[in-house]
Design a protein around this ligand. Structure first.
Ligand code: NDP
Ligand code: GDR
Length: 373
């Protein structure tokens, strides 16, 4: 009998990689998706199976973390061995604009699942993984951050995730459930949402290289992050549910770089060298050299990176650096993909897309590049 997993947020970056990973391991995978007015399954279309095919092992269910009865019914029907709660309003900046929604979905949504497991009598059977976050550390109290570092959340998103973290611990202690938190530091990939900073950078620079955009506008370029690759991190999510006892783990690379450094690294992948000058909102990234043939539309002297104050947050998390020693010692987990390799993969995939758009544009098709991010 194959194991049964339920993934909330299967249409997101992590959900799509985790679904691939579990299918390869022979799981029957169920995922929740939101009803939308247009298709929203782009990241999982390549693993989609027609229900009429022989022995399908991937199933999608309409759901929303704000809907208790819907979640309870799905869990009752699916009877999962493992639940991965990856669904969330996951954008920190947007959570300042939708704080109540973030609290409901990211905080109470977690409680809804835990209560469903309990009320359906599945506490012995169903193991639960909660997508906790380095944003819990916020205004950091210790460098690097580990499992014992005190939390100090700095956004409605992080405050909601703080509730989710503790309710997961509480259900483990109160009801003996196998429930655990992965405190994951930032992880990215070519499937990263276009409005998170790494993908915004790789996509915009690839578009600029191909003449589809003129300038990349950013907020706080001094922010420091510990960036890993989503593929490494979903492997760890699964490992955390295969232990004898449920425990919480920090998942990180143990290295940090600034947003500005990530811009420089991405530009270099395109043969563009950048020089930064000016301070605060007047900072500018100017092209000082161009080599190779990846950026035919870029010239020395072009100002292709600028600051726009609307991308600054009301309260910022300036620095995050994780200590993954516990994951290494207890689970033998170490990240396999470096930030440089990840950046290169993201830039190359975005460059391919930009080239296709540029080709279409060259043939007279009207290609618009959405920039509201
Ligand atoms: P994404 O934003 O790519 O994916 C989020 C998923 O949640 C999507 O499938 C989205 O659906 C779904 N979702 C959004 N709102 C709801 C809702 N109301 N009800 C049900 N589902 C909803 O995030 P990631 O894959 O990057 O992250 C996965 C999880 O890990 C999230 O909980 C995130 O907060 C957390 N996390 C992420 C880190 C990272 O660096 N990536 C680090 C630490 C934690 P749709 O596709 O329809 O929008
Ligand atoms: P973060 O990721 O807030 O860490 O949350 P994001 O990529 O949005 O920001 C990282 C840092 O870059 C700075 N920044 C900008 N960010 C965005 N999005 N757009 C900009 O233009 C820009 N300019 C500078 C930010 O201020 C910030 O300091 C991500 C999400 O995946 C969360 O769900 C997850 O919990 C955490 O990572 C760990």
């Amino acid at each position: 009998m194959s194991k049964v997993a339920l993934i909330t947020g299967i249409t997101g970056q992590d959900g799509s990689y985790l679904a691939e990973f579990l299918l390869e391991k022979g799981y029957e995978v169920h995922g929740t998706k939101r009803r939308a007015s247009s298709f929203n399954t782009e990241r999982i279309d390549h693993i989609y199976q027609d229900r009429h095919s022989d022995n399908p092992n991937l199933f999608l269910h309409y759901s929303d973390l704000s809907d208790t009865s819907n979640l309870t019914r799905i869990i009752q029907e699916v009877q999962p061995d493992e639940i991965y709660n990856l669904g969330a309003m996951s954008h920190v900046a947007v959570s300042f604009e939708q704080p109540e929604y973030a609290a409901d979905v990211d905080g109470i949504g977690t409680l809804r699942i835990l209560e469903a497991i309990r009320l359906l009598g599945l506490t012995e059977k169903t193991r639960f993984y909660q997508a906790s976050t380095s944003e819990l550390y916020g205004l950091v109290q210790e460098i690097p951050q580990k499992e014992t570092t005190p939390f100090y959340p700095r956004s409605p998103y992080a405050v909601a995730k703080l509730y989710a973290y503790w309710i997961t611990v509480n259900y483990r202690e109160a009801y003996g459930m196998y429930a655990c938190n992965g405190i994951l530091f930032n992880h990215e990939s070519p499937r990263r949402g276009e409005t998170f900073v790494t993908r915004k950078i790789t996509r915009a620079l690839a578009n600029i290289a191909q003449g589809l955009e003129n300038c990349l506008y950013l907020g706080n370029m001094d922010a420091l992050r510990d960036w890993g690759h989503a593929k490494d991190y979903v492997r760890m999510q699964w490992m955390m549910l295969q232990q004898e006892q449920a425990e919480d783990f920090v998942i990180a690379t143990g290295k940090q770089i600034s947003v500005r450094e990530f811009v420089r690294m991405s530009a270099a992948e395109l043969g563009i060298e950048l020089e930064f000058s000016g301070e605060g909102i007047n900072e500018v990234g100017r092209v000082s050299a161009v080599s190779g043939d990846k950026a035919p539309s870029v010239k020395v002297g072009d100002e292709i990176v600028k600051v726009d104050k609307r991308y600054f947050r009301p309260a910022e998390v300036e620095t995050l650096l994780g200590d993954p020693s516990k994951a290494k010692a207890k689970l033998g987990w170490v990240p396999e993909i470096t930030v440089e390799q990840m950046c290169s993969e993201m830039v190359m995939e975005d460059l391919d897309k930009a080239k296709r758009h540029a080709l279409l544009k060259g043939h007279g098709f009207d290609i618009s590049v959405p920039r509201e991010n």
